[in-house]
Design a protein around this ligand. Structure first.
Ligand SMILES: [Fe+2]
Ligand SMILES: [Fe+2]
Length: 427
């Protein structure tokens, strides 16, 4: 993926992404015990109006349009309400099936029923085909039903054959792929859990993406932001409009927001993707949990989010910005294991503020876990200043040389007046 420079002209076109609206029937239902879920419909109304003001070429809903699962009696009413709330986005709105819309991926201990032919029939009555593709402005858009991956069902076989053919036919062109579940959230070899693909299905999809040169995979489901790369493919996991997941509140180095982290106002967002001739640029626009009642409209004093101006700052990143963390097991989503996850909000906030430079210890460049993320951040448009005490040793200079394309400066903090040993290193 090539991210575009700050000084670029207008994009070829812009499309919008909304995800995890978790809309419920108008009078509510019993599908969630959490008070914040009662705000989902109003929050979706706000996000929809905010998106419509950008006049995107089209909008993609990344799944979990509704909260009740297909086998619940409240599903149909929730789906009708979702279509009503999303209607300001017009006929060009495209749907990606989420596990709340079409059933969970197969997983022992998953809180809901698995996707099957019956749930697909119920889904299609409201939202159309669960997998399909379309073209716009020279880009091929591919939507898949991620709940099927690893199910071993005839439907999975059917989708796999279709997707392989679809990607092969468009190989070499620009392809963007949309999957409710992210293939992974920390590393491509992580064990299976509630928020990723099982290993065989993940390896299959990543192989297909690599072979066909997929530019990016967009996902939702986790209700948090993550950025990963695999070969040349960017993998984005986008935040919701409705509620944050309380299990992820334990990932961050501050106390949880209200409702044990389930109502983290600063994380609610929709996204815009600017398509340029040689790449794309993601803009994640906060909604701050604002909502609208039926019949209400966004007021004029609520400005339309603009593209961030480049900010000439270098941010000192003191915290462990690249380190993954074993999260506590936490029901109902992850009752039986500790998944690894990383706080990627540093990158998101840098993008949102237009900041493209960070300052971090030189030791980070020599740490394999940090080095991988340094490469990822650079691919995402970030440049680095490294600092150290005294003169770097030969190994550190070698690492600097290898990474020189992404380095603004190396700060050697020393009290010595004899810098003669620096001459050899710089040469
Ligand atoms: Fe969701
Ligand atoms: Fe989901």
């Amino acid at each position: 993926m090539s991210r575009t420079s700050r000084a670029r002209p207008a994009p070829l076109f812009t499309f919008a992404i909304i995800t995890d609206t978790h809309i419920r029937p108008p009078g509510g239902d019993e599908s969630s015990p959490f008070p914040v879920n009662e705000l989902a419909n109003a929050r979706a109304r706000y996000a929809v109006q905010a998106i419509a003001r950008h006049a995107p070429a089209f909008t993609i809903h990344l799944g979990d349009m509704v909260h009740p699962l297909p086998h619940l009696p409240s599903y149909d009413a929730a789906a009708r309400e979702a279509l009503e709330i999303l209607s300001p986005l017009g006929d060009s709105l495209r749907f990606v099936p989420g596990n709340h819309d079409i059933g969970d991926k197969p997983m022992a201990g998953a809180p809901a029923g698995a996707a099957d032919e019956e749930s697909a029939r119920i889904y299609m009555r409201h939202f159309g085909p669960p997998w399909y593709s379309f073209d716009h402005g020279g880009v091929h858009f591919v939507v898949m039903n991620a709940s099927l991956v690893g199910s071993g069902s005839a439907l999975e076989d059917e989708q796999r054959a279709w997707l392989e053919e679809e990607l092969a036919r468009n190989s070499g062109g620009r392809i963007l792929l949309f999957s409710h579940y992210p293939p992974f959230i920390d590393t491509a070899d992580e064990p299976t859990h509630y928020d990723n693909y099982e290993p065989a299905g993940r390896a299959w999809l990543l192989r297909c993406a690599e072979k066909s040169g997929v530019e990016a995979i967009f996902s939702g489901h986790v209700h948090q932001f993550f950025y990963n790369r695999h070969a040349g493919t960017a993998l984005y996991c986008l935040p919701p409009t409705s509620f944050t997941r309380q299990d992820y509140s334990e990932l961050y180095q501050i106390g949880p927001a209200s409702e044990f982290g389930r109502n983290d106002l600063c994380k609610f967002s929709y996204a815009l993707v600017d398509i340029y001739p040689e790449g794309h640029r993601l803009r994640v626009i906060p909604t701050r949990g604002r909502g609208l009642n039926p019949g209400e409209a966004i007021t004029q004093d609520d400005p339309v989010a603009a593209r961030p101006a480049p900010a000439p700052f270098t941010v000192h990143v003191r915290h462990a910005w690249a380190r993954a963390f074993h999260m506590p097991y936490n029901g109902p989503m992850e009752e039986f294991g500790r998944k690894r996850a990383r706080d990627d909000y540093l990158l998101l906030r840098l993008w949102q503020m237009g900041i493209s430079r960070i300052r971090t210890p030189l030791a980070d460049l020599l740490d394999p876990e940090y080095r991988r993320r340094i490469d990822d951040f650079h691919a995402a448009g970030i440049r680095f200043t490294f600092f150290c005490a005294g003169m770097p040793d030969a190994e550190a200079w070698r690492a600097c040389r290898e990474a020189r394309e992404m380095i603004d400066a190396v700060e050697c903090v020393t009290s010595t007046t004899d810098l003669s040993d620096l001459g050899d290193a710089l040469s």
